[in-house]
Ligand binder design. Sequence first.
Ligand SMILES: Cc1ncc(C[n+]2csc(CCOP(=O)(O)OP(=O)(O)O)c2C)c(N)n1
Length: 284
Amino acid sequence: MQQEDKIRELQVFAQQIRVETIRALATLGFGHTGGTMSVTEALAVLYGGIMKIDPQNPGWEERDWCVMSKGHAGPAVYAALGLKGFFPLENIYTLNQPHTDFPSHTDRLKTPGVDMTTGSLGQGISAAVGIAYANRLDGRDNHVFVILGDGECDEGQVWESAQFAAHYGLDRLICLVDNNKRQLDGLCSEVMSHGEGIGAKFRACGWDVAEVRDGNDVEQVYEAVDRAYHNVGKPACIILNTVKGKGLPLAEQTGAHFSSFSAEQWHETLAFAQRELERLTAQA
Ligand SMILES: Cc1ncc(C[n+]2csc(CCOP(=O)(O)OP(=O)(O)O)c2C)c(N)n1
């Protein structure tokens, strides 16, 4: 397939993830609108364009792994996995209801295709580093992706694992930072600033670092991840400059972390996202 066609296909996939995430959140009427919407393009590139996966065999030992360290973005992961056929897509509309396999935060024991249980910020990257190290000890060359929030990078545990990964030269480990500039209750720069930046901190730990100007642009994300996939000698970090609530106007305008909308607002939100999906599909 030509690169251009591939990118168009991934743009459609990203918007499908957005639409299905909105549908799932709408069944509850509330949820993490900010950090799910900012990360849909990254998920589309990983699950649709880069990762070795087998939806019929989620535990395939040679697969590439993905740890959503900011576990509250679970609904977007479920949408990506459902669209890829890991389970019937409509199952995700039971999001966070009693006895569901789709809790608001990712749980590897519940959802086929979820590689690690997360939700306590900082722990996901530690687990991802351990998985990458274990794969190496087992003589496997599969990749491990981890998606971190920029607010999450306030956790000291992130930097312990970053040092470990660089020390052991875990070059099959790729960390994507969803740098949407906001966390739960405000701007990251106001809550806890990162000095010279999150990328500079990863570089200081010994990682290769790349910055993607627009982390909601599928083509830019794809190019950066594709390059990192072939990294040798060091773990790779990609800073994705994203927009919190991207593509969901009521969340994008406010930068809200969590939203509770009326049924009518969800209806309008879904219709808006579906129109964008139709536009992208017509171009593909
Ligand atoms: C250890 C820990 N402390 C606090 C929280 C509560 N919490 C949930 S989400 C969040 C903000 C996360 O911000 P960020 O990582 O930037 O996520 P995003 O903006 O991408 O949603 C916080 C503080 C948590 N889940 N875990």
